[in-house]
Design a protein around this ligand. Structure first.
Ligand SMILES: C[S@@+](CC[C@H](N)C(=O)[O-])C[C@H]1O[C@@H](n2cnc3c(N)ncnc32)[C@H](O)[C@@H]1O
Length: 190
């Protein structure tokens, strides 16, 4: 199977996941309010964030599909610029935006239009003004050289069909001395 075909399968899978959140009704799922604690799978997605997600839009939490909490290893500081590779419904971008504050910036990058629409709606609901969601591939990041202090990612690099290209792009967009905070797989899930 070619890499374009694999990437299209990935895109379709996450488009369906985004629509599941945006098209849900209160009767059909728990999307329109936080899931009860005993409904959250503690091994995946929102279950890995604990209290960190308090105050985020319910749809951002419901769309969480990662396998860790990259902010636990990113150690973000006020005024830093952050890029989240494969930002999905925006949970890690919104959490980053809180940490870097009004003088910082949090970018999200994703290939899936449906996820970008969900993330932008979640940012508007959260009132986050220091965030921007970009359409594109993590193998060809649409940002200039040395433009961010930190790159984070939550179980997305493993989906790439060209991981060396992703690593090269991360290196290119990071400022000298920049940092990477990536969840590849949570020890809790092994
Ligand atoms: C496992 S989800 C993670 C979403 C989010 N980071 C989270 O924690 O909920 C993967 C996301 O990465 C995006 N994605 C997958 N492959 C990609 C690629 N090659 N370039 C850009 N985005 C990609 C998908 O569209 C999807 O939104």
């Amino acid at each position: 199977m070619g890499s374009d075909s694999t990437r299209e399968q990935v895109r379709q899978r996450y488009a369906a996941a985004a629509l599941k959140v945006t098209e849900a009704t209160p009767e059909s799922t728990s999307c329109c309010g936080p899931a009860a604690p005993d409904e959250i799978d503690q091994r995946f997605g929102a279950g890995l964030y604990g209290d960190d997600v308090d105050g985020l839009p319910a749809e951002a939490v419901a769309a969480s599909l990662g396998c860790g909490n990259p902010l636990m290893v990113a150690d973000l500081a006020p005024s830093e610029w952050v890029l989240d590779l494969g930002s999905g419904g925006g949970i890690d971008v919104l959490l980053s935006a809180r940490r870097v504050g009004p003088d910082g910036k949090a970018y999200g990058l994703d290939i899936t239009d449906e996820m970008l629409a969900l993330a932008r709606a979640n940012a508007a609901t959260a009132g986050a003004t220091n965030v921007q969601f970009l359409k594109g591939e993590i193998e060809a990041i649409p940002l200039p050289d040395e433009s961010v202090d930190v790159v984070i990612s939550n179980c997305v690099i493993n989906l790439s069909t060209d991981k060396p290209a992703v690593l090269a792009e991360m290196f290119r967009v990071l400022t000298p001395g920049g940092r990477i905070g990536s969840a590849m797989w949570s020890p809790k899930t092994i």
